[in-house]
Design a protein around this ligand. Structure first.
Ligand code: 6PG
Length: 226
């Protein structure tokens, strides 16, 4: 496994700022960006929109989605729309996962949408307290899928609704994979994912850029067990 370039900053606000700068830089350069869901990246998305309101050169993708309508409060798309898209002057080409289709049809649609897409430029990932990334949960069979870009899954963590998720090979096909993790409740998972042996018990330990760099931006609390 390639090593991870880790930046530890003082708090969650500073972590969001660093990731926002990276997102804004990629938006200016253009290319493909894969967003993570969850609540941690909200501040980074808001700040990125402020730093760079023109995302017209970006192809925007999602790493995972909950199987709910796009305006549901649990939707990863809804979070990104409110925090990022609605604040931009010029929109990217946004490829949202259609959670409302259910996990199997939604995954099939996204596979079709991704069919001709090569290496991503930037994949942003959060990390669950159980070590999950995207909707790839500890010891789930989805971790072994290598012949598909997108799969449906049951939920292994709250919110307990079905999921659509990129598979490991598709997430790792990126020039840069960037973890953003904050908070003391993530400290164990961070040490297993970034400093432990690769293991399906900690999906984050299996997420590394296959052909570029893997970085992590952590606050002190999340880094406290490294
Ligand atoms: C999701 C995610 C997931 C998330 C982690 C961390 O849809 O839930 O993409 O992998 O990044 O669960 O979420 P928090 O930032 O909310 O802790």
């Amino acid at each position: 496994m390639t090593s991870v370039d880790i930046a530890v900053v003082v708090d969650a606000g500073e972590a969001a700022r660093l990731v926002a700068e990276r997102l804004a830089e990629q938006a200016r350069a253009g290319g493909s960006i894969v967003l993570t869901g969850g609540s941690t990246p909200r501040r980074a998305y808001e700040a990125a929109a402020e730093l760079e309101p023109d995302w017209s050169r970006v192809e925007l993708w999602w790493g995972d989605e909950r199987c709910v309508p796009p305006d549901d409060e649990r939707s990863n798309y809804a979070m990104a729309k409110a925090a990022l898209l609605d604040r931009l002057e010029t929109q990217p080409t946004a490829h949202r996962m259609q959670g409302e289709l259910g996990r199997d049809d939604g995954a099939a649609e996204y596979r079709y949408e991704l069919a001709d897409v090569g290496t991503f430029d930037l994949v942003v990932l959060g990390l669950g307290p159980d070590g999950h990334v995207a909707s790839l949960f500890p010891a789930f069979p989805t971790l072994d899928v290598t012949n598909r870009d997108v799969v449906g899954s049951e939920a292994g963590h709250e919110p307990f609704v079905d999921r659509i998720t990129l598979t490991l090979p598709r997430l790792c096909a990126t020039r840069e994979l960037l973890f953003l993790v904050t908070g003391e409740d993530k400290a164990d998972a961070v040490s297993r994912a970034l400093a432990g042996e690769p293991s399906p018990k900690t999906p984050g330990s299996l997420a590394r850029s296959a052909e570029g760099t893997t970085r992590a931006v952590l606050d002190r609390a999340a880094a406290s067990k490294l």
